[in-house]
Design a protein around this ligand. Structure first.
Ligand SMILES: *Cc1c(COP(=O)(O)O)cnc(C)c1O
Length: 424
């Protein structure tokens, strides 16, 4: 593992299976022997596509030279600008274009979608989440329960893995829904868990939720651009995702939503409205009552921020070019390689991979539990002494995400080698 031969093997794999690193800026290493960072934190903030700068400059120039007329004139008028992101977003999540739109940020979108799809009625008032849900999702559902006059400690049900296990079993989620689903108004789970990297079985759980009479929404923050998705065919009611992780759209970039076709144009589905969600043909008639289109655009509220959307054009365009199938297959090879390397070093050290071993049940991220804790200190030393960027979730988990678009086998080798040397 720490030998020159092992490193040469990693280099050879990179030659045989190169990825698309040349399309991105890779930050310099903070320490160690190599000029570039081994960037394994694309699950937190994806790298900047090289084309993002000119996309952004084009809109700054349009603003400088056109002023307000830029809304309707030029190569890419701003009023319909957001639509250029709809097609690429829809193909990433397996949706019809009418079912998706880019808007706001992720947690805001979860709230807006819960306004529409969390409709507690009598005893059917629960929201089911994972106990290991991302905190923002947990805060969001608890505040939604309070908004409906419910006690969040009762209305929010947190599903836990079995004692001694790290990840949820699909059969346990399904069994809960079969048993108590008549009390459940909404199931809202993460497609890929942010901490363990586990992929949940979206179609099976969605079907079980529907069987029990609940609506089922998904947070795809760690799933989109990481694993293939087919939201329309899976009958998912709604979903939301951010675009600054695997979609490389920039810090705090706009998020996406999906609403299944069967809910579009349904007058019984309530929404919080604004002028961007009214029919565009009559928007500037300034009428007092909205006329929403029968598409996901009905959920739009404000005019979308063009400067924030500009880098998304090239970022999402890369996925169109490369294709999720090719990415997923390189992802399985790359993560499988990192797993092999970790398997060489973990048996003799207090390190345990907590991500599922079955490639079908994980994306690109592997999470490692550090037996003695101190994840933050280890993360810092990996960066300052080896130029290896991972992140930590206190107290004792570090996450390593070789991203198939730009990470290399050599990055994986550097991470495993540095871990082996530091945890001895
Ligand atoms: C990253 C992430 C968020 C972040 O929410 P923002 O509203 O984008 O700040 C929320 N939920 C999950 C599951 C995440 O992974």
């Amino acid at each position: 593992m720490t030998t020159p031969e092992a490193e040469a093997t990693a280099r050879r794999r990179d030659e045989a299976d190169p990825g698309h690193r040349h399309l991105f800026h890779v930050p310099p290493a903070e320490g160690g022997r190599y000029p570039e960072a081994a960037y394994l934190v694309g699950n937190s903030l994806g790298l900047q596509p090289r084309a993002a700068r000119s996309d952004l400059l084009a809109e700054l120039d349009a603003w400088a030279t056109r002023g307000v007329t830029g809304h309707f004139s030029g190569d890419r008028p701003w009023v319909p600008y957001y639509r250029s992101l709809t097609g690429p977003s829809a193909s990433l999540v397996g949706a019809l274009p009418a079912e998706t739109v880019v808007m706001n940020s992720l947690t805001v979108n979860l709230h807006l979608l819960m306004v529409s799809f969390y409709r507690p009625a009598g005893a059917r008032n629960r929201i089911v989440i994972e106990d290991g849900a991302f905190p923002s999702d947990s805060y969001a559902v608890r505040s939604q329960a309070r908004h409906h006059g419910l006690d969040p400690d009762e209305a929010v049900v947190r599903l836990r893995p079995r004692p001694g296990e790290e990840t949820l079993r699909t059969e346990d989620v399904v069994a809960y829904l079969d048993r108590e689903g008549d009390r459940v108004a909404l199931v809202l789970l993460g497609g890929v868990n942010y901490l363990t990297g586990e992929v949940l079985d979206v179609p099976t759980i969605t079907e079980a939720g529907h069987r029990s009479g609940a609506l089922v929404g998904w947070d795809l923050a760690h799933a989109v651009g990481n694993v293939p998705l087919a939201l329309h065919d899976w009958n998912v009611d709604f979903a939301a995702w951010c675009t600054y992780k695997y979609l490389n759209s920039g810090p705090g970039a706009l998020a996406g939503i999906f609403v299944h076709e069967r809910h579009l144009g349904d007058p019984t589905v309530n929404r919080f409205e604004g002028w961007w969600g009214t029919d565009e043909a009559t928007r500037f008639e300034m009428a007092p009552v909205s006329r929403p289109p029968a598409t996901a655009e009905a959920w739009l509220i404000s005019n979308p921020p063009v400067l924030a959307m500009a880098p998304m054009r090239s970022a999402l365009g890369i996925f169109e070019e490369v294709g999720m199938a090719a990415l997923r297959s390189r992802s399985e090879r790359l993560t499988g390689y990192l797993e092999e390397l970790l398997d060489e070093i973990t048996p003799t050290r207090p390190l345990t991979v907590i991500t599922p071993r079955d490639p079908a049940r994980r994306g690109c991220q592997l999470s490692v539990r550090i037996g003695r804790g101190g994840a933050a200190a280890l993360t810092k030393r990996l960066s300052t002494e080896y130029g290896v960027l991972v992140d930590d979730r206190e107290p004792d988990v570090i996450r390593l995400a070789p991203v198939p678009l730009y990470s290399t086998y050599h990055d994986c080798w550097r991470a495993a080698e540095a871990l082996a040397r530091l945890v001895d």
